[in-house]
Design a protein around this ligand. Sequence first.
Ligand code: XMP
Length: 515
Amino acid sequence: PVLVVDFGAQYAQLIARRVREARIYSEVIPHTATVEEIRGKDPVALILSGGPASVYADDAPALDPAVLDLGVPVFGICYGFQSMAGALGGEVAHTGSREYGRTDVTVSGGLLHAGLPEHHPVWMSHGDAVTTAPEGFTVTATSPGAPVAAFECAERRMAGVQYHPEVMHSPHGQQVLTRFLTEIAGLEPTWTASNIADQLVEAVREQIGDGRAICGLSGGVDSAVAAALVQKAIGDRLTCVFVDHGLLRAGEREQVENDFVAATGARLITLDDSETYLGHLAGVTDPESKRKIIGREFIRSFERAVTQALELQGDDAASVDFLVQGTLYPDVVESGGGAGTANIKSHHNVGGLPDDIEFSLVEPLRLLFKDEVRAVGRELGLPEAIVGRHPFPGPGLAIRIVGAVDRDRLETLRAADAIVREEMTAAGLDASVWQCPVVLLADVRSVGVQGDGRTYGHPIVLRPVSSEDAMTADWTRVPYETLALISGRITNEVPDVNRVVLDVTSKPPGTIEWE
Ligand code: XMP
């Protein structure tokens, strides 16, 4: 892999993603990794990431200069650029002129910036600056606050930039990163969806051997793609389980039971437990209580599903040995785990898994980013409705009804939600909207006039958000025409709803979901 050495900034994951966008496989490794550990990963190139610290600070993470003697191509970014400059004999100084935000660089010659405009904008964030490039390195860019904003040495296959090529505020950044990888490091772009899928299927086959596996489907893209990969690897020794808790959106169960099964040929058990969930949720209005009830019941459903899966596997199957989970790379990196440190995350899709069932985990997606998961899903022939699905919370519509949950209210919300999804898709907004929760204010009524008479109905809230990772979000500026269409259809077609309102709160302070 291309190893991104994480010096503690927020950017390492993003850099890895950008490298993969250049179709070259990349992983993040903490800066505390030793030279032996780095060598052990057999890197084809190293990227030293930015970091929050000044290279002069006492607690500044240090770069072991031996890393630069591995004979591997190296690219330094921001802090990584300065550390690299220092270690190679260049000079770094406290220039006192901080640059933060958009800056223009002036480029001249070299491989990194070939074909780019002489002056172009980049994103900077630094106090210190490289003042003298190491011997043998050519300075190929400068900016008002950075006399050496980029350098490179083709013979040693090393280069670096003071700015952040990985952020979208550096419009030519992806090109610069790609040019380092292909022109300076000499790497071939081979990380494609079809190669990824083949490799993952092979790895799953090896891990599971003759064993049996079970996979809980949520209706979402991650579990569907994970299951499809495992199905391809071990066929009918996989049993998929789908719990219908009665809190799903319109058409979701059918999507799993019909479309997923048709696309993969997977064996599926559906547990219709909606009665149970609705029973336990009756009269409950507190959001945390709703979540707890659903989480607890989900564990019970899942245990029953395991028993059924065992029966289905035939007499000779004493146990199911493997549990398939759709864990993604960002979760792996955030929980500090490297490859192979599997443990069940507490933030599971619904509410955690049984403690007393012993499984080995199969996590075929643990090295992938979301967009790669989607690409692999398409490669495996999963329908677009599953592959392109927006995030949906495990507790489902229960946490989108403000007030107690019952069948009628679910029906109302489902009808409104289906209209919103239809119109957003028709307006071509699916790719630009992260997700759009639709919320029913079941305990609020307002006066309206519909047809000939006065009504006293409920409001529906639209919560369209734009986000990169759901940690922060902004409300999406959905075109007025689309909002008008949605509002008109909901108030006309959904009984009991006489008002549609738009949530214009960012996160923070508002969370994405209302409960
Ligand atoms: P909040 O509301 O915390 O949501 O801003 C952030 C993201 O997480 C989703 N979400 C959940 N997903 N189980 C899940 O699998 C849950 O209990 C849960 N609660 C929120 C939410 O839809 C958004 O994408």
